[in-house]
Design a protein around this ligand. Structure first.
Ligand SMILES: Nc1ncnc2c1ncn2[C@@H]1O[C@H](COP(=O)(O)OP(=O)(O)OP(=O)(O)O)[C@@H](O)[C@H]1O
Ligand SMILES: [Mg+2]
Length: 139
């Protein structure tokens, strides 16, 4: 039996993506948002599985990236969307503190929001909500 070569040797990615979730969003911006949230989940996720879900919730599309890593305290949750704000030491986990700032700016520009749910030591969930449907005229 031939085995397929594994292209990914990080922790498992669990995906549950609903079909037909449609909106007027900038593809490059969405890619940046997803990439930043995923790279954080992998970096701070303690090597445990990361789950990505997409579904329609009322008038919004909800993209959630969940990890089971180090988590984020309430005080840190309030500041990490600002530029250069980090809650970990550079020597433990590299980075500039730009990714979440950029992701948040892009989501706001598309009329959405990003929320965080987290229990320190247990993991974090980043929840992106974006308006569904076609753009309104003049918006
Ligand atoms: N999934 C997560 N779990 C725990 N902490 C997180 C998570 N995502 C972000 N953080 C915290 O928020 C800080 C800011 O995140 P951000 O993505 O802006 O910066 P970074 O990942 O450190 O660097 P960069 O994204 O610029 O390479 C991180 O340094 C970390 O302290
Ligand atoms: Mg980052």
């Amino acid at each position: 039996m031939r085995r397929r070569r594994r292209a990914w040797d990080g922790p498992p990615l669990e995906t549950d993506l609903q079909e037909g979730v449609v909106g007027t969003w900038d593809p490059l911006a969405l890619e940046q948002v997803a990439e930043n949230l995923l790279s954080n989940a992998l970096k701070f996720g303690a090597g445990k599985p990361v789950a990505v879900t997409l579904r329609a919730e009322g008038q919004a599309a909800e993209l959630a990236v969940r990890d089971r890593g180090i988590g984020i305290s309430e005080a840190d949750r309030a500041r990490i969307f600002q530029r250069f704000e980090r809650a970990v030491a550079r020597r433990e986990h590299g980075g500039f503190g730009i990714g979440l700032w950029l992701a948040n700016q892009l989501v706001l520009a598309m009329g959405g929001t990003i929320g965080i749910e987290s229990t320190p030591g247990e993991g974090s969930a980043f929840l992106v909500r974006l308006p569904l449907g076609p753009e309104k005229a003049g918006a």
